[in-house]
Design a protein around this ligand. Structure first.
Ligand code: FAD
Ligand code: NAG
Ligand code: NAG
Ligand code: NAG
Ligand code: NAG
Length: 583
């Protein structure tokens, strides 16, 4: 057969395979041969240090019994292991085992709904079930998970382990782990116990405070029972205001509305307040949330936007970014952020509807087409979004001063934050103090900041210094707690010292997994058991692997030097200093 025909056929075959298999996000695990010799990454295709992690094998238990024997076998062999999920959404290297000999235990096929008890108002599901499944199944029984993250694709095991949340100061707050009634967790054991122990923890068991937010180091959660409520309706309204009184508003707005959050566009000087409360169930309306940012997006459009952004970065075109940011914000608000009043069109606020249709979304999870046509905006298979995500929660009592400080920075560099407005600004969500040992210590406001990341780790960003200063200010000056599943390495520097019950967590870990089979270098570092959360090397501060302490940690050859912050003088940030470029 002529060579070109072979290639043509190959292409057709590939296209067919892709049509059938590549539409939803890619599997983060790749194995050289069937389930052995594997690598894992996250859903963005990039950990903070951009490595892929290796493991000798991946197991796909389909029942709890299989899971138990997988853990037992690995414990007997003293193999390092980790629970991993279908999508692997966490940014830091939580899902990695050390070295190359570890075992990944996927919860992909542990996704059944086990029981819904309408009278007790609980749902029991396997840990690989997604948030979307829980919401859907509960709604079918006339029930609702009251508070949840905004993205459907998270698994129950993953979102509990990393302390994921939505936004609320009401009831027990917005973290899903506050509504856990029972967890079953499979932990390794010694020979006398057959190398494995199945632990059932309910709310009367003190260990639940460790297991409900565990960053995966205690064992594998096999199933969870969550407390639900009768399904209810909500009414959502967005009000845009200038941000001159945001510092005063932010601390109190959360107590006024059950599902309140705020999106802040700092360079535009605007804040969008989400006025969102329960309404009587006979209020008319069948609203739907299909958040624009979580929809299948044309790969062509994604590439175009990314190219534009790359060019603006290359040319230092701050004005271009500010113009683009305004357009993006306008388009989003015109599109009502993906809200419709009846599932089809948006006719105006308030949008009223059932909670299950409004609390989370993520239709890009089931994009029907080839990823080369549409994809989730951050899908690493296409040229699209590539970003850093800095997320920390600041105690409500300190939020006012933090916002003031950020505004002082903006007075010095008004255009500095247009870049993050391209990623829909700073999302501010309310979280409550938790009994979880690794949960929130006080009622707090969580700041979620998404911003440009270069494909080249040695290339500095526009206003590198300002964003680094905000990051260090939030985390160190104001003692912010980093989201376990987001952030760059520096955020976790000393973070564990901010948790007063961290020692209790470590005691449970010692009992559940004395050999540390579920621990890795990264989790040991994060838990303060090992040094080295931050990595010092050339250019390390650009990727947030370190806080710069000398110029080489920035990019002196490109004019970026390690300098103190402008408002927070203790910060050390990579600052563009044109005068020094040609020394
Ligand atoms: C588009 C998008 C939107 C997001 N929105 C929100 C949001 O609204 N609010 C929020 O708080 N966060 C949000 N996040 C972050 C998110 O909370 C975390 O990335 C998420 O919790 C990880 O869930 P996962 O199922 O992908 O787990 P993974 O990232 O795969 O795993 C996370 C950790 O949990 C462990 N783990 C997983 N399953 C088990 C198990 N069965 N037993 C024991 N340990 C387990 C893993 O070992 C790992 O340590 C978002 C992320 C993305 C990508
Ligand atoms: C694992 O795969 C790599 C290539 O991805 C290969 O070089 C290596 O030899 C393989 N190891 C084993 C044990 O199969
Ligand atoms: C469970 O996961 C499998 C594999 O990803 C999937 O095919 C199946 O549809 C999922 N089940 C439910 C109920 O979502
Ligand atoms: C912001 O809005 C308030 C009224 O809510 C107004 O008094 C103030 O002048 C506005 N500030 C700016 C900078 O527009
Ligand atoms: C809803 O029901 C209450 C009584 O339960 C009634 O007073 C109210 O008028 C009803 N509202 C609508 C819009 O039907």
């Amino acid at each position: 057969m002529p060579k070109f025909r072979q290639i043509f056929l190959l292409k057709c075959l590939c296209l067919l395979l892709c049509m059938a298999g590549c539409s939803p996000p890619e599997d983060p695990i790749k194995c050289a041969s069937k389930n052995t010799n594997c690598t894992i990454t996250n859903s963005y295709g990039a950990f903070p240090d951009r490595s892929r992690c290796r493991a000798s094998a991946v197991a796909y238990p389909t029942t709890e019994e299989e899971l138990i024997s997988v853990v037992a076998k690995a414990a007997m062999d003293r193999t390092k292991m980790k629970a991993v999920t279908r999508f692997s959404h966490s940014i830091p290297k939580l899902v990695c085992t050390d070295g190359e000999d570890g075992l990944l235990i996927s919860t992909k096929y542990l996704n059944r709904t086990l029981n819904i008890d309408p009278s007790a108002m609980t749902i029991s599901i396997e840990s690989g079930a997604t948030l979307r499944q829980v919401i859907d199944e509960a709604a079918k029984a006339g029930l609702a998970l009251p508070y949840a993250p905004y993205w459907w694709g998270l698994t129950i095991g993953g979102l509990l382990s990393s302390g994921a949340h939505g936004s609320s100061l009401w009831s027990k707050g917005s973290s899903v782990h506050e509504y856990v009634e029972q967890l079953r967790i499979i932990t390794p054991a010694g020979r006398e116990n057959g190398y494995v122990q199945v632990r059932t923890l309910d709310t009367s068991h003190e260990d639940l405070n460790a297991a409900k937010v565990s960053i995966g180091v205690l064992g594998v959660i096999s199933q969870a029972t969550l407390r639900l409520q009768p399904l209810f309706k909500r009414s959502i309204d967005y009000t845009t205001k200038n941000d001159s009184d945001l510092a005063d508003q932010a601390a109190t707005f959360g107590s006024r509305h059950e599902f309140a959050d705020i999106t802040w566009y700092p360079s535009q000087g605007k804040a969008v307040y989400r006025i969102d409360d329960r309404v009587p169930s006979n209020t008319s309306g069948n609203g739907l949330n299909d958040f624009t940012g979580f929809r299948s997006t044309s790969s062509l459009a994604l590439a175009l936007l990314r190219t534009t952004e790359e060019n603006q970065e290359l040319k230092g075109n701050a004005d271009g970014k500010c113009t683009a940011a305004k357009l993006t914000t306008l388009a989003l608000s015109r599109a009502a952020y993906g809200l419709t009043n009846n599932g089809i069109i948006f006719t105006g606020y308030p949008v009223i509807g059932y909670h299950n249709r409004l609390q989370a979304s993520g239709t890009c999870l089931d994009s029907i087409e080839d990823a080369r046509i549409t994809a989730c905006p951050w899908d690493p298979r296409v040229k699209g979004q590539f970003f850093h995500q800095t997320t920390f929660s600041i105690a409500l009592s300190r939020v006012r001063s933090f916002i003031r400080d950020v505004q002082k920075l903006l007075e010095i560099e008004p255009k500095a934050m247009c870049g993050l407005e391209l990623y829909n600004g700073i999302l501010m969500r309310y979280v409550k103090a938790s009994t979880a040992y690794l949960g929130k210590q006080e009622d707090a406001l969580d700041f979620d900041i998404t911003h440009y990341r270069s494909k080249d780790p040695m290339t500095p960003r526009l206003y590198e210094d300002i964003l680094e200063e905000v990051e260090q200010m939030g985390l160190f000056k104001y003692g912010g707690l980093p989201h376990w599943a987001k952030n760059r390495n520096l955020a976790f520097d000393g973070a564990i010292k901010k948790y007063k019950n961290a020692w209790k967590f470590l005691k449970v870990k010692e009992r559940y997994d004395p050999l540390g089979l579920f621990s890795s270098e990264w989790t040991d570092q994060v838990l303060g058991l090992k040094k080295g959360v931050t990595i010092f090397k050339k250019g390390c501060a650009l990727e947030g692997l370190c806080i710069c302490s000398e110029d080489s940690h920035c990019a002196p050859e490109k004019g970026y030097f390690c300098r103190p912050g402008k408002v927070y003088k203790d910060a050390r940030v990579c600052t563009l200093s044109r005068d020094e470029t040609y020394h």
